[in-house]
Design a protein around this ligand. Structure first.
Ligand code: PEP
Ligand code: MG
Length: 748
């Protein structure tokens, strides 16, 4: 076998391209390709194994093995040498296959006479589609050049597979992107949605993997690289001064990669072998992705991630394809992205029916925006960006964290039924919209809504809420690159109050820091951000932004009643200091001759267990207290609310937690302090019922939860629920949920 030169490689790729361009079914093409490769490389065998499903490889074409084994021989990923190549996504090159770890002899193929084995993964963007194998008699060493040449061929095959070249009669390969896929992710925001995929990042399919003129391709690559470097420099100078350190660090890593000689050299070598500039970028990107999946070190993974993002930018420059545009949106778009920033998500806005992210986290900014927009959001949907194509039908089940891509009819029908039932329930709730949440034994519970955007306010009248029990003010800060101006904030707060038409709105001051970092705020890495320098701690230590926000609230109120609540108070003095800030600002506004709020309520969020045991003066000075159950629960059970593994581990109706809540009820009753609950649990009907039964009289929740909660409360006799809870507690149960459910079932 002669050394494989660049010229040989180019000749082989050209023959491959011509074969692929020929008329014919997928199977014929695959057959021709195997004989072509065997001939070009001077090997006795060339075989193509393709994945039938995520775990099964099938011999789909061969030159040299027994023809009758085609479509008969199957093996699992990880099984035998071929399975190992697929499982580990790396080549295996051995002169003595039977001696190799994991070797499995497949008698039906007649492969016993071929002991030299070289297998490379057929992969696209880090996703393995199959394995390309050459084998020879006797002992022969495949050179590094030959391994490389085969990898280049495998890359072209993967690209062709993506374009559907191997689909057809005899179905050598089931059509990719046509089968149903179900992905189990995590819940970012509950709710169900049905629609069509809108890819945030346009998927680049390289339609010309093989090129004739390496010089011209190299010139294209260099031009695109120059543009890329220019773009990065522009982004860097745009961020100078204002941007967060993290953002600058990422851009600097980008610049380092863009100037990396190794990266460019590898792509030049790929081009010399006959790939087009786009295919060369994608080949290196694919290799980086495969590495990304294997690297355990988080820092290195991040850097490979940067390289991946950079490759995408380079591909977009080479192909002229960009981000999804709003005009291209299908009528019922469900956004699919690897990740997305809060500003970008807001730009799509309420036109989106749902969002599916490959990454994301429960506490990320995008999740906060999705919650504010009340759009179902799935996070950690593994491989969704590789599986989904623009316009694919998609079902999003935010409650279960499930995504059905290209669902089969029966799945779609069942899902439609579920949505229809939810809609019917919403209609039923509409009929009690203007009725009070009064229980059968005459207890009135005030139901308020949580909000975070001006756009949320129109849902206030329709939801039946008595007011806004929690207005989260982070979003206006998170979605900008600079601190918002006081005038603009005051105008916004004023509009929120206008839209509430005299109903009470409780503004919570900025709960930011640590994990929720503002782009313009200096970031310091903290080992445990949720327990770190956040919320009121930042506000008190660096009061500039908090003072400005308080001024904006006073001015926004423009003579109307104002309710302000401070987040994450952990000891009484923090509340005293924060309160003092607000009173000082009132004095300042008075001195300036500005109109003051008609009335002022200053409250605290109770989100740390320490405050349950705070001195009595805390309960006396607070005009109201709102339980931030999301945080209180995570600190009480020491279970991170963002950690999928533990966040649902402890039941809210666990007796310990209920006892804690009851203690708060008691302490507030002693001082006559108004108490509400505004964490997510307030919107879950059973939880809401139990909170009411232990004496919490105000609940604040997502607008969509008000109907279900009100409906259950109106059917319940609180004293009976209370009795069921007390009895369960006396029996020493861990959670009162089963007892309450039993009581409920006995009612219907
Ligand atoms: C809470 O912690 O319950 C709460 C309402 O605040 P957030 O979810 O914004 O932390
Ligand atoms: Mg909180």
């Amino acid at each position: 076998m002669p050394e494989t030169t660049d010229r040989d490689s180019r000749r082989l790729l050209r023959r491959l391209r011509d074969t692929l361009a020929d008329e014919g079914e997928g199977q014929q093409r695959l057959d021709r390709i195997t004989s072509l490769i065997a001939d070009s490389m001077g090997t006795d065998v060339c075989s193509i194994y393709l994945l039938r499903d995520s775990d099964t490889l099938e011999l789909c074409a061969t030159e040299g093995l027994k023809p009758e084994s085609v479509h008969q021989t199957r093996l699992r990923v990880g099984e035998g040498l071929v399975g190992r190549v697929a499982g580990e996504a790396t080549p295996i090159n051995t002169p003595d296959a039977p001696a190799e770890r994991g070797f499995r002899y497949m008698p039906e193929t007649g492969e016993e006479s071929f002991s030299t084995f070289l297998g490379v993964p057929i992969q696209r963007l880090g996703e393995t589609l199959g394995v390309l194998v050459v084998q020879s008699r006797g002992t022969r060493d495949y050179s590094g050049d030959e391994v490389y040449a085969l990898e280049v061929v495998a890359m072209v095959l993967a690209e062709m597979a993506e374009l559907g070249a191997f689909v057809g009669e005899g179905a050598a390969m089931a059509a990719r992107h046509q089968q149903q896929v179900m992905i189990q992710g995590g819940t970012g925001q509950e709710g169900a949605a049905i629609g069509h995929v809108l890819l945030h990042e346009q998927r680049v399919v390289v339609s010309n993997p093989v090129a004739d003129d390496p010089e011209a391709e190299c010139a294209r690559l260099h031009e695109a690289m120059d543009n890329l470097r220019g773009n990065i420099d522009d982004m860097l100078s745009a961020t100078m001064g204002g941007a967060g350190e993290e953002h600058t660090k990422v851009l600097e890593a980008y610049r380092m990669f863009a100037n990396s000689k190794g990266w460019v050299r590898r792509m030049e070598e790929d081009i010399a072998r006959g790939l087009s500039a786009e295919a060369a970028v994608e080949k290196e990107q694919s290799a980086a992705r495969a590495r990304m999946n294997r690297v355990p070190d988080a820092y290195l993974r991040e850097r490979l991630h940067d390289l991946d993002d950079l490759s995408n930018r380079l591909l977009r420059l080479l192909t002229g394809k960009g981000r999804a545009s709003l005009d291209e949106m299908p009528g019922d778009p469900i956004l699919v992205a690897r990740n997305i920033g809060p500003g970008e998500l807001l730009e799509y806005g309420r036109a989106l029916k749902g969002v599916v992210l490959e990454e994301g986290s429960v506490g990320s900014h995008a999740t906060i925006v999705a919650r504010a927009l009340a759009i179902p959001l799935i996070i950690h949907a593994d491989r969704i960006t590789t599986e989904a194509l623009n316009g694919d039908p998609i079902l999003v089940d935010g409650d279960q964290g499930l995504v059905h891509l290209r669902p089969e009819e029966t799945v779609a029908a069942a899902f439609l039924d579920k949505i229809a039932m939810q809609e019917q329930a919403q209609e039923r709730y509409a009929s009690i919209r203007d009725k009070p949440a009064e229980t059968r034994d005459g207890v009135r519970i005030a139901l308020h809504m949580n909000a975070g955007l001006m756009a949320d306010l129109p849902s206030l009248p329709g939801s039946g809420a008595e007011g806004v029990g929690l207005f989260r003010t982070e979003l206006q800060f998170l979605t900008r690159t600079t601190v918002p101006r006081r005038g603009a904030l005051a105008a916004l707060y004023g509009r929120v109050m206008d839209a509430a038409q005299g109903k009470r709105v409780v503004f919570r001051t900025l709960d930011i820091g640590s994990d929720k970092v503002l782009p313009y705020m200096k970031r310091e890495d903290e080992p445990n951000p949720a327990l770190g320098w956040r919320a009121i701690r930042v506000g008190l230590d660096k009061p500039g932004v908090m003072r400005m926000q308080l001024q904006a609230l006073i001015r926004g109120a423009a003579g109307r009643p104002l309710s302000v609540m401070f987040p994450f108070i952990a000891q009484v003095q923090e509340f005293g200091d924060a309160r003092r800030f607000l009173l000082d600002e009132i004095e300042r506004e008075r001195a300036l001759g500005h109109v003051l709020p008609e009335t002022l309520e200053i409250g605290a969020m109770l989100e740390t267990p320490s405050m349950v045991f705070a001195p009595r003066c805390f309960f006396e000075t607070a005009d109201f207290i709102s339980i931030g159950g999301n945080d209180l629960k995570q600190f009480f059970f020491a279970a991170d609310r963002e950690n999928e593994r533990v966040r649902k581990r402890y039941d809210t109706l666990n007796v310990s937690f209920l006892n804690l809540l009851e203690m708060i009820v008691k302490r507030c009753a002693e001082t006559g302090t108004h108490l509400s609950f505004c964490g997510e649990d307030a919107g879950r009907p059973i939880e809401a019922l139990c909170f009411a039964a232990i004496g919490i009289r105000t609940l604040s929740m997502r607008p969509a939860s008000i109907g279900p909660v009100k409906s259950l409360l109106r059917r319940a006799d609180l004293s009976q629920v209370r009795a069921a809870i007390d009895q369960a507690r006396a029996e020493g149960v861990q959670s009162v949920r089963p007892a309450v459910m039993e009581w409920l079932n006995a009612q219907s």
